[in-house]
Design a protein around this ligand. Structure first.
Ligand SMILES: Nc1ncnc2c1ncn2[C@@H]1O[C@H](COP(=O)(O)OP(=O)(O)OP(=O)(O)O)[C@@H](O)[C@H]1O
Ligand SMILES: [Mg+2]
Length: 281
């Protein structure tokens, strides 16, 4: 059984609404060799197919997204790359139901609609706020006020998530006392609760140190093995070339959409990062 949800362009969808709650609180034959063997090792796909069809977004008199069309295959690690201001975060916000848009955006789940995890681009944080890592996780993950403390169920889930990102021993630290990389790990951890079938990651590697990058790469392996669909905005093109199954280049419009090996060629990258991109591929 499959199920399909279309994200309306003019309203906050149920999918978007539940994500907002959390936020305040992504042809096998064309995969490169590495991606093919990764796909073969996958047990089953639990994540949805994402269809961005002719998505446009205009804010004021500025065109942010111009007829963006591409598909994210179920269970794939799909990277979104492009210059600053190219519209990557805005595209994700349309998916989350946070931006009005034109066009058709749909999710096709392999069964019942699943859970969507979201790791935002950066955390604006008041360093003086007396909020511990546990408090932050409680506020992001559970549906009761943080001052009531952690419920048993969530205490375990939060402990497990913090363990996965190597932050278990810093649960009692104030968020403001963490390094940028440590805060980024906590942001990753909150995206794991409840266990998602679609993960939307907005520059999850920014600020991560080398150990943090290894943690992130392990998580990516786990998500791939679990058949989770991952839509991943990333500036590190070397990491995208090594870790993604597919990559879409976006600078207001789609400039390429292919495997990393096909897409990340000097010519295409020059076009992607030029001020006046000329050709779409
Ligand atoms: N709420 C908003 N109101 C007006 N303009 C906005 C809004 N959000 C984003 N923009 C504009 O839309 C354009 C695309 O921004 P967006 O954040 O989507 O780019 P991005 O590709 O994620 O960039 P970066 O790599 O720097 O994060 C920018 O020019 C930005 O100023
Ligand atoms: Mg962005």
């Amino acid at each position: 059984m499959t199920s399909k949800a279309t994200i309306p362009g003019d309203a906050q969808s149920p999918v978007g609404a539940s994500l907002l709650a959390k936020a305040s609180s992504q042809a096998i034959s064309s995969l490169n060799d590495t991606a093919q063997s990764r796909a073969d090792s996958r047990l089953q796909v639990s994540g949805p197919t994402l269809d961005f069809a002719d998505i446009s977004l205009t804010l004021g008199r500025t065109t942010i997204l111009d007829h963006v069309t591409f598909q994210v295959r179920p269970g794939s690690v799909h990277a979104l790359v492009g210059p600053n201001g190219g519209g990557k975060s805005s595209l994700i916000k349309t998916l989350l139901g946070q931006m009005p848009h034109q066009g058709r955006l749909s999710l096709q789940w392999p069964g019942e609609p699943g859970t969507i995890g979201y790791v935002p681009q950066a955390l604006e944080f008041d360093r003086g706020l007396p909020m511990t890592v546990d408090d932050f996780m409680a506020a992001m993950c559970q549906r009761r006020p943080a001052f009531l403390g952690l419920s048993k169920h969530y205490a375990k889930a939060i402990g497990d998530a913090l363990e996965r990102v190597g932050m278990q021993d810093k649960r009692k630290r104030r968020m403001g006392a963490l390094s940028g990389g440590e805060r980024q790990r906590v942001l990753l951890a909150q995206g794991l609760i409840p266990a998602p079938q679609l993960l939307v990651l907005d520059e999850p590697m920014s600020a991560l140190d080398e150990a943090g990058i290894r943690v992130f790469e392990r998580l990516l392996d786990d998500w791939r093995a679990a058949g989770i669909t991952v839509l991943w905005i990333e500036h590190d093109l070397e990491a995208v070339g090594r870790l993604a199954d597919h990559v879409t280049g976006l600078n207001r419009r789609v400039l390429f959409d292919a495997t990393p090996r096909q897409a990340l060629t000097p010519d295409r990258l020059l076009s992607l990062f030029s001020t006046h991109p000329r050709s779409a591929a």
